[in-house]
Design a binder for this molecule. Structure first.
Ligand SMILES: Cc1cc2nc3c(=O)[nH]c(=O)nc-3n(C[C@H](O)[C@H](O)[C@H](O)COP(=O)(O)OP(=O)(O)OC[C@H]3O[C@@H](n4cnc5c(N)ncnc54)[C@H](O)[C@@H]3O)c2cc1C
Length: 943
């Protein structure tokens, strides 16, 4: 319940902003209370703002009511700067507009696009954005700029501060400034005279205080995100330039960035990488100093403990396990416009460090598979510590910078400190060229002693970094709450006073993210620590990094995987404590829809997760706990698949008949009324629903004289569902696939008793684990037998079913997704006449998970002269969920239609149910890619 001024705020906002985007219930406030840091605050109100007007409205009202506001982009921040116990404003999915200059040298973006996505858009120009945090595929540009985030290559010369070229800002009073627009500046000059003159005066103070100005210059030679970007005060004289540069790294405490212009940087097409192994940290750091003057794009230091933590990863060289205890590695990358340049670079690099002893001869590789493997070592460091930690502990990454000439000494000091505080599992790695080291360790915040151990470490680290080395306490992750108590210590009294003045000028009422960057509480970094209760072994390793969120179809509809985990953890913890039972009940009740019913369980979250957590698996397990009342029905269905699929065939044919008689409009009305009357028990109907399939005759697989055989298992979906109305003239999928296999010279064998068989996915995804296992085992035994103990290849015509089969049976049977089988075995046997048309293809989740996206596109490109790949994650149909929760499918494909030019009329995929949703939301008829290949091919070589 909301009371007092928060109630007033809610009522005022709800007058203008869609209530569906304003939350104050326990589930949503808890879910959004979680970011990647180890702090947690539960907001009172969460608003998913849509545009600048809404931000202005929120800020004006919050100013009037003196209510504090925190902005959130992707919530991957690590220092506690994206959380709030007041109002949290999310500016993600609704903020995705952008434009690129004709030559790609500049991009204008709204704050809600991820850095990775921006780089994809810039790739055709051979460009990318400068800032390159390791979190770039999840972090959004609003957060990247507001944290002045950086990574392995960008250093201090290509970060947001250095590449910004204009910004739209919404100030605390709700006013808007566009620093690129002279008329906007003119208006602002009149309306905010005082603010501008205060900024100019402050810049003058900074410039005239020689000691402070020198300190600022020196400190920004190193990476630094501690405190505000004071360099803005001495680098510029124009107040608008000062303002936009102060906004960089301001962590939502000075205003809202509603648009940003960034100059782009060149993305070199050629790369080579070497994992150099030195006898110890000192020799490695000596090499770093020398490498600084050579053409290297990245030099990553990895300490011995770091190498140890990943040495067992698949594909990594075996010699890593047998290195001496003091070895220190440098992962060195060089880039260039062509191979000749790369060779020249390598020569220069090797020559420069030739006198430094190494543990193994230095070798560079320019083979993508090999250098990607080497970078895997580096990228696996954080997850490997995360994955090894005890349940209930959190994983912390700290982020400091030392002067490069003293890096060796500083690294050894840091190692000693970690030993002193018994963080024996800690790993040190970092961007050595910048003297930027991360140290990762696990921490239990469950008891006082442990918190004191952490406090001791932090106090000694700040002493070491600041007083011994005059380094940065936060090099790239932002100050947040975590380093706020140490800002003055790092910068000194005068510079700190400048920072306080900056905050006063921009935000006199202190309503913007208070307590972040500046905080007088010397223990704020030890407060509001996030509980990580043990909840379920599938998700206990989750670090809340949020990398899963962009790949989840229900993000922005209901919950993301990270939020599902956060709420589940809370429910489990409340259940255990027995406290606040009404909150537990409310969370559990709301979780049924937001957590469970709208989870597609497609497993794409695991692909993006650094520790490979499949939140869908958690949901499937939860479903299995709730199905006890219908277990008997599931078991009966499992035992009577033949009957069930024939009933489905008849039902679909009947519905199709009604569709024919009533027409699409009337049928739509009848069906939606029936769904309403049945309280949504009757599945949602749409005009792309297929008719019933024709029963498959196994004899049709025979091919006289064929020397090759393939086993074809038609999925229960394709045994039930035939063609849709818009292609009802064509044969059903099973017949087309047999026809195509025959063209390629394969005799087709069907499993015996196939009408009773099923891969089990339909059962297990709904929580009927036993029935699912039983069906899977039956199918496996039959496929093993009919394929002559795995001798013949096995095909299934539904990609998700094939994926499930591969997961469960791959050790005994050679299974192929049709795309893979056609691409690898049939194409060489076929004569293909390309269609002179544009077509669309949609890689369904299982295609993505099996790594077959490229083969799908290659195959489609052999068949049509233009192939447009839909830009979406999961379509959200999720088996049959598209019939029961069609909003998930509509949400997943909300941007689909806009992606295709008018001339695209046909779409291809490989999952019958997904194709129904794809057709509905694109207006293009989607069917299996098997139809496309069959249409354009004829037998080529003699079998
Ligand atoms: C595993 C992992 C690895 C990481 N690696 C790196 C790394 O290599 N380098 C690095 O620098 N960081 C790294 N980070 C930290 C973090 O990902 C980055 O700082 C990232 O840029 C934050 O972006 P975000 O979209 O998540 O922003 P959020 O966390 O949502 O917000 C960041 C800050 O910006 C403010 N903000 C958000 N939107 C706006 C807006 N529109 N206007 C004004 N203020 C706004 C917020 O209030 C907050 O203070 C890592 C994080 C994780 C979990």
């Amino acid at each position: 319940m909301l009371y007092g001024k928060y109630r007033t705020l809610f009522d005022r906002l709800a007058d203008t902003i869609d209530k569906n985007r304003i939350f104050h219930d326990p589930l949503h406030t808890l879910a959004y209370g979680t970011d990647a840091s180890f702090y947690r605050l539960i907001p009172k109100i969460v608003v998913r703002a849509k545009d600048e007007n809404e931000i202005s409205l929120i800020l004006k009202n919050c100013s009037e009511l003196e209510i504090t506001v925190t902005f959130r982009a992707a919530g991957t921040s690590l220092s506690g700067q994206a959380i709030s116990d007041s109002v949290l404003v999310i500016a993600g999915s609704n903020w995705k507009k952008y434009s690129i200059s004709a030559d790609g040298s500049e991009i204008k973006v709204q704050p809600g696009i991820t850095g990775g996505r921006i780089n994809l858009m810039l790739a055709p120009f051979g460009k990318k954005i400068g800032p390159d945090p390791a979190s770039i595929n999840a972090a959004m540009i609003g957060g990247i700029a507001a944290n002045n985030a950086s990574g392995m290559c960008c250093g201090t010369s290509q970060n947001s501060y250095k590449t910004i070229n204009g910004m739209r800002i919404v100030f605390a009073d709700g006013s808007v400034l566009n620093t690129k627009d002279p008329s906007s500046k003119e208006i602002f000059r009149k309306s905010h005279k005082r603010l501008l003159s205060d900024i100019e005066s402050l810049a003058a103070v900074a410039k005239n205080n020689i000691a402070v100005a020198d300190r600022i210059r020196t400190k920004y030679k190193m990476k630094n995100t501690t405190g505000y970007s004071l360099n803005a005060l001495i680098d510029f004289t124009d107040p608008f330039e000062i303002i936009e540069h102060l906004m960089i790294g301001s962590e939502g405490t000075l205003g809202f960035i509603s648009e940003i212009n960034l100059r782009t940087v060149v993305e070199q097409p050629f790369k080579a990488t070497s994992l150099m192994l030195f006898p110890d940290v000192e020799r490695a750091c000596n090499a770093v100093s020398l490498l600084k003057s050579t053409p290297v794009s990245a030099v990553e230091l990895i300490d011995r403990q770091g190498i140890r933590s990943v040495e067992n990863e698949k594909g990594l060289p075996g010699y890593l396990k047998h290195l001496n205890d003091n070895v220190c590695a440098l992962l060195v990358e060089t880039v260039g416009g062509n191979k000749v340049e790369i060779c020249r670079n390598i020569e220069i690099i090797l020559n420069e460090i030739k006198d430094i002893p190494v543990e193994r001869e230095i070798e560079f590789t320019d083979i993508p598979a090999e250098y990607e493997l080497l970078w895997k070592i580096r990228k696996g460091l954080f997850p490997s510590v995360g994955a090894m930690r005890k349940s209930g502990t959190t994983v912390i990454i700290e982020d400091v910078a030392f002067p490069v000439p003293r890096l060796a000494e500083a690294t050894t000091d840091l190692q000693n400190l970690l030993v002193k505080y018994r963080y024996n599992e800690a790993v040190i790695f970092g961007h050595a060229l910048e003297g930027n080291l991360h140290f990762v360790f696990t921490q239990n915040f469950g008891d006082k002693e442990e918190i004191e151990r952490y406090a001791g470490l932090m106090s000694d680290v700040s002493e070491l970094v600041v007083n011994k080395y005059d380094g940065s306490l936060k090099a790239e992750h932002g100050t947040g709450r975590n380093m706020a108590p140490f800002v003055e210590m790092e910068w000194g009294k005068d510079a700190y006073a400048l920072m306080r003045e900056i905050k006063r000028i921009f935000d006199p009422l202190n309503i913007l993210n208070p307590g972040v960057i500046l905080n007088s509480d010397k223990e704020v970094h030890l407060k509001d620590l996030k509980p990580l209760p043990v909840a379920n072994e599938i998700i206990d390793k989750c670090t809340d990094c949020g990398f899963c969120e962009p790949s989840c179809v229900s993000t922005d509809l209901t919950l993301t995987p990270r939020q599902r985990i956060a709420v589940h953890r809370e429910i489990k913890s409340l259940e255990k404590s027995g406290k606040e039972q009404h909150i537990t009940a409310s969370l559990k009740n709301d979780y049924m829809y937001h957590g469970d019913a709208t989870c597609a369980t497609d497993g794409l979250c695991a692909q993006a997760c650094p520790v490979k957590i499949d939140t869908g698996q958690l949901i499937k397990n939860l479903r299995s706990e709730n199905v006890s009342s219908s277990l008997a029905i599931a078991a009966w269905i499992a035992d009577h698949m033949r009957f069930v699929t024939s009933a489905a065939r008849y039902a679909l044919s009947f519905v199709n008949f009604l569709h024919m008689v009533l027409g699409t409009r009337l049928m739509g009305k009848v069906a939606s009324s029936a769904r309403i009357i049945s309280f949504k028990r009757i599945p949602a109907w749409n005009s792309f629903m297929p008719g019933g399939a024709v029963r498959i005759n196994p004899q049709n697989g025979n091919l006289n004289g064929a020397t090759k055989k393939v086993v074809y298992f038609p999925s229960c979906i394709n045994r039930s569902m035939g063609t849709s109305r818009e292609y009802c003239e064509e044969k059903q999928l099973s017949e087309v696939l047999v026809q195509l296999l025959h063209k390629g010279g394969f005799e087709v064998i069907f499993p015996e008793n196939m009408n009773n068989l099923c891969c089990g996915m339909a059962f297990s995804s709904k929580g009927y684990v036993d029935a699912g296992r039983k069906k899977s085992k039956e199918l496996e035994d039959e496929l093993f037998r009919i394929s002559k103990n795995g001798e013949y290849p096995v095909l299934c015509d539904m990609s998700p079913c094939l994926y499930t089969m591969k997961e469960n049976m791959a050790s005994r049977i050679n299974m192929y997704e049709p795309v893979e089988f056609i691409h690898d075995f049939l194409v060489p046997q076929l004569k293909i006449t390309k269609l002179m048309e544009s077509i669309a293809v949609f890689p369904v989740c299982s295609i993505k998970k099996m790594g077959l996206e490229k083969k799908l596109v290659d195959l489609a490109s052999l068949c049509a002269n233009e192939v447009i790949v839909a830009d979406a994650n999961c379509c959200g149909f999720a088996g049959d969920r598209g019939f029961t929760f069609p909003e998930l499918n509509s949400h997943g494909l909300r941007n689909l239609r806009a992606q295709f030019p008018e001339n695209v009329k046909q779409g291809y995929s490989n999952s019958r149910t997904c194709e129904i949703g794809l057709s509905l939301h694109s207006g293009i008829s989607y069917k299996s890619i098997v139809y496309l290949v069959d249409m354009v091919s004829s037998p080529g070589l003699k079998p």
